[in-house]
Design a protein around this ligand. Structure first.
Ligand SMILES: [Zn+2]
Ligand SMILES: [Zn+2]
Length: 103
């Protein structure tokens, strides 16, 4: 038989009960003992799914600016531009994009 057991969460260091029922459930499935308490496991799950965890704190919703691969019309190197090249307008890399000196 299983007995309730106290474990310490590796995330928040809080003691939690690994109940006999849970132990049976884990043993049946061949899982090892949980390292984290339930709230922390749930939080980890939510984080893994990405989003929906509104708990305050800075959120980075917007990813980095998107860049598109392009070939520079000036020097022919592979570069990236912050807009979708339409294939008609010339695209320049950072070096070639500098204003040309006037004569
Ligand atoms: Zn915890
Ligand atoms: Zn170039």
């Amino acid at each position: 038989m299983f007995e309730d057991k106290n474990l310490v969460c590796s995330d928040c260091q809080v003691e939690f009960v690994f109940s006999s029922g849970d132990q049976e459930f884990f043993a049946e499935r061949g899982f090892t003992e949980p390292k984290r308490c339930k709230p922390c496991r749930q939080a980890a799950k939510q984080n893994a799914r990405g989003g929906g965890f509104g708990g305050g704190g800075g959120g980075y919703d917007r990813g980095p600016k998107q860049f598109f691969p392009a070939v520079c019309s000036g020097c022919g190197i592979q570069t990236e531009v912050p807009f979708q090249p339409d294939g008609r307008k010339p695209v320049y890399c950072r070096d070639c994009f500098k204003p040309a000196p006037r004569y």
